[in-house]
Design a protein around this ligand. Structure first.
Ligand code: IMP
Length: 429
């Protein structure tokens, strides 16, 4: 029963789409299980660059069925736009190829408006959300007033639910946040149009996934965001509102414990983060600019969804040890090792100092990183460009040393290493 879960081990943007793309050749189904269009997965296929926010990135492979699981929150307008875009690029999208859970939740313009209003009201304490309505949509779900996609299947049900939802949203916008109300009639009309188009794609996708596993098919569960953005396990409150960690794949796809046999933690060779929140190994100045890039290359560290420059820093082993625990990571895919070429020395944060005490593991979880000082181990850097290296044996000794140091500090093997954005720029060990 091969369910392989691909999970971000940091703050998102680790290059998960890249790893999904690499493994999709062996898979039958690629499934998103949490989050929504806050995610941005960049996949390069030949000359084409796909920036996908909702469709699983494996969809660019013609043999793959893409599944949007019940753990997701879906903005139907974004999804339909994305379907149109990939169709224009020659990717076929139809209900046999794309399956949407009838228990996933809808994101409405009301959720997006509330996301913006709440961030503005927070002022300096803002989360730095992507503004896509993710938090408010999950709030509606937990509140038991959310709009599940299945409403689109019953005549009149969606319009009634939207009317109730928008009444509440407009009350909050006007009374709590002193902002303009939304045009509920227009939104209801728009959603009727979305429902017409998306209805054929809806089903109980858990049953579909279970049957596929029973038939020996392989499912890749494609994580969005990352471990440290997990609502429970991340740097709360600077987190997203879903469960991007590997256990979320089971809940978010409707599969049982024991379904997964491989959890691949995707680790970028350095640390990045968008939005607010603690970042113990953060760098500024020249070193940061070198790691981030200028924004001229599509792989530079600027947000796929928002275009914001990402904060950057040295790799944090303490946080990675934690990620290995909460996800049950069995192996690591290391991305962007090529970006580390040209540094005299590289640093790994292997412990934190709090007062006089040194901690190799987080004493209080990532919600309490304030006041911690990162303690570094230094490793020799390398000059050589890695982008055309295809064999492990051909890496400079210092690059192999960096990877081996990770394996020994983390206790899990690094099985995949990427050295550039192209499909071919990858080494499997
Ligand atoms: P939200 O998910 O839009 O509510 O944003 C909450 C936090 O998660 C913010 O710090 C965002 O920048 C961050 N975030 C959400 N999605 C992603 C992602 O796909 N990559 C990186 N950061 C993300």
């Amino acid at each position: 029963m091969p369910l392989n879960i691909i999970v971000g081990a940091q703050w998102g943007d680790e290059g998960k789409g890249r790893v999904v793309d690499l493994l999709a050749g062996e898979a039958d189904i690629v499934a998103r299980y949490s989050g929504g269009d806050n995610a941005g997965h960049t996949v390069t296929v030949g000359e084409d660059i796909f920036k996908l926010h909702l469709l699983p990135s494996g969809i660019v492979h013609p043999h793959i069925v893409g599944l949007l699981g019940n753990g997701m929150v879906i903005n139907p307008a974004t999804l339909l736009e994305e379907i149109e875009q990939v169709r224009e690029a020659g990717v076929s999208v139809n209900p046999d190829r794309v399956k949407i859970s009838s228990a996933a939740h809808l994101i409405t313009p009301g959720h997006r408006a509330l996301d913006g209003a709440r961030e503005r009201a927070r002022g300096d304490a803002k989360i730095g959300t992507t503004g896509r309505g993710i938090g408010p949509a999950y709030t509606s779900k937990v509140n038991r007033s959310g709009l599940r996609t299945e409403l689109m299947l019953v005549d009149g049900a969606l319009s009634q639910a939207l009317a109730d939802h928008l009444k509440e949203v407009n009350y909050q916008l006007e009374v709590v946040y002193r902002e303009e109300p939304l045009d509920d009639q227009k939104i209801i009309r728009d959603f009727q149009g979305y429902a017409e188009q998306l209805r054929p794609y809806l089903s109980e996708t858990g049953a579909y996934a279970e049957k596929a596993l029973a038939e020996g098919k392989m499912i890749l569960a494609e994580g969005a965001q990352g471990t440290l953005l997990d609502l429970d396990h991340g740097t709360y409150p600077y987190v997203t509102s879903s469960t991007p960690t590997a256990p979320g794949a089971l809940v978010g796809l409707g599969l049982g414990i024991g379904s997964a046999d491989r959890v691949i933690g995707v680790v970028k060779a350095f640390q990045t983060r968008v939005g607010e929140g603690p970042f113990p190994t953060e760098l500024e100045g020249d070193l940061a600019t070198r790691l981030r890039g200028t924004g001229q290359n599509q792989w530079d560290e600027f947000g796929t969804t928002t275009g914001r420059p990402r904060r950057v820093g040295w790799l944090d082993i303490v946080l990675l040890r934690y990620a290995i625990r909460v996800n049950g990571i069995t192996e690591i895919a290391l991305t962007k090792l090529d970006i580390l070429s040209g540094f005299d020395q590289l640093k790994l944060c292997t412990a934190y100092q709090i007062g006089e005490e040194i901690h190799q593991r987080l004493p209080m979880g990532p919600g309490n990183l304030g006041g911690m000082r990162a303690i570094y181990e230094e490793l020799p850097g390398w000059e050589e460009d890695l982008t055309s290296t295809r064999q492990w044996a051909d890496f400079p000794e210092a690059a192999r040393g960096y990877v081996k140091a990770l394996e020994s500090l983390l206790g899990v093997p690094v099985t995949i290493i990427s050295v550039g954005p192209e499909r071919s720029q990858v080494i499997q060990r």
